[in-house]
Design a protein around this ligand. Structure first.
Ligand code: ADP
Length: 645
């Protein structure tokens, strides 16, 4: 069932008065009815008034005898009341009284006609006039049903009372009264029923409209609610979208990072393989020579040839050693254990030492035809720096060795100059060559570990790709930078800086100075205690010491060495291996120094890492040698402590 109709069936009216039982609804209805009816009322009411006045024109024609009294009633009583009501309709209080006033107008205008009718009952036109009054009262002037019944009934009552009184006085015929009553009562019944239905329909319409309005309000509320919900959902979705976008972005980022890591992993995998191939090549090449030539030595060869083999073995051994040193350095650097030991360095003696090594390297590399030149600001005065001289030497030598390797003709110029950045003073070292040069796109890359310009297996120059990486790390550790300028086919210049840190009073002398100390007592045959757990190492030392006229005693470990020192106070020097099973060299030295504080102890270690020398000196050793032990160096140390020819 339609909800509106269902509501209408519940629609709560007083069946008699047609009033809504709900007072507020009734008030609303009356208000709306008034507003809707007012213009119609005015038009119909003024029409009725005009007609009432116009019908007065017939009075004289139809009732010649009484027309004056009729005029009086019509123009001086009824019409003023109608006009007054019409004008009052423009007043704001009209709404309050309008139904009452219309009922009064209905009664007065009806009474006027009744008066004329009763004065002259023979005049049939006034019966019709009375019909018009009833019609106007019920259907025209917007009287509501209930207010209309009352004037209708009053008029019939007035008519009957007045008719009875007047007819009695005039001895008139009573059939007029009966006939008139029959018509007027019928007219009233028709009017009442019709008006009842009209008003009822009006009220139904009002009620339906009210319900419709209520429903519309409900719908608009629901709509608003829906809109709010949609808005909320949209916001929620927007928020989710934003989160989703962020998520997608972060996933994308993770994806790119993953791809990058994958590429990096692949690259490092490739580098690892290249490195292994390179390493294998670099280690096997000198080993090949060493093993090959040492095999040949046992065969029948002339002494000259054997000496040549020995030289080749030595050169290759040195090359192997430099690779091992590089590997040691890089592993120390990578594990963060590289120690920088700063001491005052006199650049003049530093370069004097270095140039000897450089010349030796040039000879070794068979680059005699490549000119070597050292360039510097005036070295008349000592230039003193505070830095780690061995590290400085390592970087410079590495750059010079590279220059020698990659230069086939022309010159290599190395040296230093002073350099200022933001008022900070630096020493800028350089190595300039006229070699093959480095392409622009490889210039940053070659400082990375294991990276070379030629990254493939068909390498012409050899090398491990470690040297520049070590140099860069060392330079940074020393507080400087390293960079290069290079052009393919023209040459390269490598630069690096270290802070100048000038020192006024040099507290060291160069090793050369130290080594030139006067020789000690040369008369007695000296005894050297060699503390060494590896027999071949001992044998090597024994051969050398014997050649220099020294007597050798061998202690296989730390404990034995302590015992020997206790038993033989004549021992002149101890060569102490550091890494031994049982008591290590450092502890043994400490013990020996307790027993015989005057005996010099020279430590020898295969570790050769930075800081080792300092550790040995701290334990009481007088000096330090790293393995493999070079003849010349050992000799100079022994000379220093024993004095040899
Ligand atoms: P290695 O020399 O053992 O290969 P480095 O790290 O010292 O390792 O050098 C890396 C690479 O940089 C070399 O393989 C070479 O390709 C390039 N390079 C270094 N110095 C020079 C130079 N002076 N001239 C041309 N190329 C050089």
């Amino acid at each position: 069932m339609d909800p509106i109709t269902s509501n209408v069936s519940l629609f709560d009216l007083n069946k008699l008065t047609l009033n809504f039982n709900n007072k507020a609804t009734e008030r609303e209805f009356r208000k709306e009815y008034f507003q809707k009816s007012l213009p119609v009322f005015r038009l119909s009411f003024i029409t009725v008034t005009i007609l009432y006045a116009a019908f007065g024109l017939l009075d004289y024609a139809t009732t010649e005898v009484f027309y004056k009294s009729f005029y009086m009633v019509r123009y001086f009583i009824v019409l003023p009341v109608l006009l007054a009501t019409f004008f009052f309709s423009f007043h704001r209080h009209f709404e309050k009284y309008w139904q009452f006033l219309l009922s009064v107008c209905f009664v007065i205008s009806g009474s006027g006609i009744l008066y004329m009718l009763l004065i002259n009952p023979e005049n049939i036109y006034y019966y019709g006039g009375m019909f018009l009054v009833f019609m106007a009262g019920y259907f025209f002037i917007k009287l509501r049903f209930f207010p209309a019944i009352i004037p209708g009934a009053i008029l019939i009552i007035i008519y009957n009372i007045a008719a009875l009184v007047l007819y009695k006085l005039n001895h008139a015929e009573y059939y007029h009264i009966v006939a008139a009553n029959a018509f007027y009562i019928s007219a009233n019944i028709i009017g009442v029923i019709a008006l009842y239905n009209i008003e009822r329909l009006e009220r139904v319409e009002f009620y339906q409209k009210a319900i419709l309005f209520k429903k519309q309000l409900e719908i608009s509320d629901i709509n608003k609610n829906l809109e709010a919900q949609v808005e909320e959902r949209t916001k929620l979705l927007d928020d989710r979208n934003v989160k989703l976008m962020a998520e997608i972005e972060s996933r994308k980022k993770i994806g790119t990072e993953l791809i990058k890591s994958k590429e990096k992993a692949e690259e490092s995998d490739r580098l690892k393989s290249t490195f292994l191939a390179t390493m294998s090549h670099e280690l096997r090449t000198p080993l090949n020579a060493i093993i090959g030539f040492s095999d040949l030595m046992s065969s029948d060869f002339e002494l000259d040839e054997i000496l040549g083999f020995a030289k080749t073995i030595n050169t290759n051994g040195n090359h192997l050693l430099s690779i091992v040193n590089d590997l040691m350095d890089i592993s120390l650097i990578e594990s963060g254990q590289m120690v920088i030991i700063e001491k005052t360095v006199n650049l003049k003696s530093f370069f004097a030492d270095l140039s000897e090594v450089v010349n030796y390297e040039a000879q070794n590399a068979k680059k005699e035809h490549v000119a070597l030149k050292f360039v510097s600001p005036s070295l008349d005065d000592d230039i003193i720096l505070k830095t780690d001289s061995s590290k400085l030497k390592q970087v410079l030598l590495n750059l010079i060795k590279n220059a020698l390797k990659f230069t086939h003709f022309g010159a290599i110029v190395y040296g230093f100059e002073f350099y200022k950045i933001d008022r900070k003073e630096f020493v800028k070292f350089f190595v300039k060559d006229s070699g093959i040069g480095i392409p622009k796109n490889k210039q940053d890359l070659i400082f990375d570990i294991f990276r070379q310009v030629e990254d493939c297996n068909t390498r012409e120059y050899g090398g491990t790709g470690i040297g520049l990486s070590i140099s860069k790390k060392i330079t940074n550790k020393l507080g400087g930078e390293i960079w290069l300028e290079s052009e393919v086919g023209v040459g390269s210049t490598f630069y690096f800086t270290i802070p100048r840190n000038p020192q006024n009073s040099p507290d060291i002398k160069s090793e050369q100075d130290i080594d030139k100390k006067p020789l000690l007592n040369k008369k007695r045959k000296k005894t050297v205690l060699v503390v060494e757990d590896v027999e071949s190492s001992f044998e090597y030392l024994q051969v050398l010491l014997k050649r220099w006229g020294l007597h050798t005693i061998w202690a296989r470990n730390g404990e034995i060495s302590i015992d020997i020192i206790k038993e033989k106070p004549e021992i002149d020097l101890v060569l102490m291996d550091i890494n031994m099973p049982g008591i290590n060299g450092l502890d043994a030295t400490a013990e020996i120094k307790k027993i015989n504080p005057l005996v010099p102890v020279i430590a020898q270690t295969a570790y050769a890492i930075s800081g080792d020398r300092e550790k040995c000196l701290e334990a009481g050793c007088d000096d330090y040698l790293s393995k493999p032990i070079k003849q010349e160096l050992l000799k100079s140390k022994i000379q220093k402590y024993l004095g040899l020819n």
